[in-house]
Design a protein around this ligand. Sequence first.
Ligand code: HPA
Length: 248
Amino acid sequence: MYAIIGGSGLAKLTVLEAPRRQVMRTPYGEPSGALTFGRLAGADVVFLARHGYGHTLAPHEINYRANIWALKELKVEGVISVATVGGIRADLGPGVLVLPDQIIDYSHSRKATFFEGSENPVIHVDFTLPYASSLRAALLAAAARCGEPLVDGGVYGCTQGPRLETAAEIERIARDGGDMVGMTGMPEAVLAREAGLAYATLGVVVNHAAGRGTSREQIRLEELDRVMSETVTRAVRILLAFFGGADA
Ligand code: HPA
């Protein structure tokens, strides 16, 4: 069974068949909401709304440890995260789907490890390649099968939010090598690594990042919703192809 963590624009996975909800508790507190079990293209999946079902949790308020711990307890095979991002690289405009292959973390003050406290030995996990290559490859193959363009690779810069970035901050992230910017990629990815779970992010570009393209003067928030729902629908098609195999 795979887990899907849905971000903004994917608080409910309406294509899930026979859904049933289960509240879980963890040593780190409660996940963002009840976990929803169901079937997608014939496969068992569990879905979690990252920001809560009513989208009430800001990126820095999300209990990433509880979310990942719950999925670890369920012994999921892997975690597919769907996350909206702002595009920095020229080819990552609104409406593009992208599969990042690297992360730079600019977030702070978040609980970012399971390995702390006197009862836990410190363990330094390898994070050279933050996303699982096998899961990335399977998502690329699924996108090819259903004919949805999916950009292979890019550096995800994770900012603290909840405000959007300044143009100068985006310039800096671009100089660092960042291709897209989001607020929830970390510590989710590293906690999945610590938990031994394969993890990949399906990035949904909903706007040009601050100071770029159509966001030169400002980011027009009212336009994000339309792009988001259209593009998330295409991300869900990739998920259906991923779970449905060859004939999806
Ligand atoms: N910045 C940070 N996070 C985001 C953005 C952005 O421009 N768009 C969607 N998530």
